[in-house]
Design a protein. Structure first.
Length: 174
C-alpha cells in the first residue's frame, strides 16, 4: 500500500509518472521549493564606524550604530553605542544610548546609560537613565515620558502655567 518514504518525502519520486487523481491534489504544492517561511528576517548587526573614521554630517538609521571614530553632526538611531575612542559633536537621538566615550551636545533617549568612561557636555533628556561612578557629566538632566519627540511644548508648559493664572491683588495703599 503506502511506504514510509512516500509519506515523509514531498513531491514526486524519481521515475514516478503517475498524475494526481483528485483536483485537490492538483492544487497542492508540487515541490518543497514553493514553501515560503513567514518568519521575520534576522536583524542585521550594528553598523560600526571605526576609530580612524571622521564623519562631518548627520547620520540617520532605524538600525543600530557602534561609533568608535569622530562625528561632527547629529545622529538618530535605534541603539547607539559610543565607544571609548569616539567623540560626537552634535545632538544624539536614540531609543537606547550607551555612552563610553565623549559627546558634546544634547542627548535624547528612552534609555540612556553613561559608563564610567563617559564624558558628556550637554543636556540629557531621557525616560530612564543610569550613570556609573566615574562618569563625567556637565549639563542638565530632564525626564520626559517621550524624550524622542523633541516636543518643547511639554517642557515649556509648566513654566507657562503661572502666566495664565489670575494676578495677585495689589496691596492697599494707605
Amino acid at each position: 500500500m503506502f511506504s514510509k518514504s512516500k509519506i515523509n518525502e514531498p513531491g514526486p519520486k524519481a521515475g514516478d509518472t503517475s498524475t494526481p487523481s483528485s483536483p485537490a491534489a492538483m492544487d497542492a504544492p508540487k515541490a518543497s521549493t514553493d514553501f515560503k517561511p513567514s518568519t521575520p528576517k534576522a536583524k542585521p548587526s550594528a553598523s560600526v564606524l571605526s576609530s580612524d573614521l571622521h564623519v562631518t554630517g548627520n547620520l540617520k538609521t532605524t538600525g543600530d550604530i557602534n561609533i568608535e571614530g569622530t562625528i561632527d553632526g547629529d545622529i538618530r538611531a535605534h541603539l547607539l553605542t559610543v565607544g571609548e575612542t569616539a567623540t560626537i559633536r552634535g545632538e544624539v537621538i536614540a531609543d537606547d544610548v550607551v555612552i563610553n566615550g565623549r559627546i558634546v551636545g544634547r542627548v535624547r533617549g528612552l534609555k540612556v546609560r553613561l559608563t564610567s568612561t563617559a564624558r558628556v557636555e550637554g543636556d540629557i533628556i531621557h525616560k530612564t537613565i543610569a550613570i556609573e561612578s566615574g562618569a563625567h557629566f556637565e549639563g542638565s538632566v530632564q525626564r520626559q515620558d517621550d524624550p524622542l519627540s523633541g516636543n518643547k511644548a511639554k517642557a515649556a508648559a509648566p513654566a507657562a502655567a503661572p502666566a495664565t493664572a489670575p494676578a495677585a491683588p495689589k496691596p492697599a495703599e494707605g
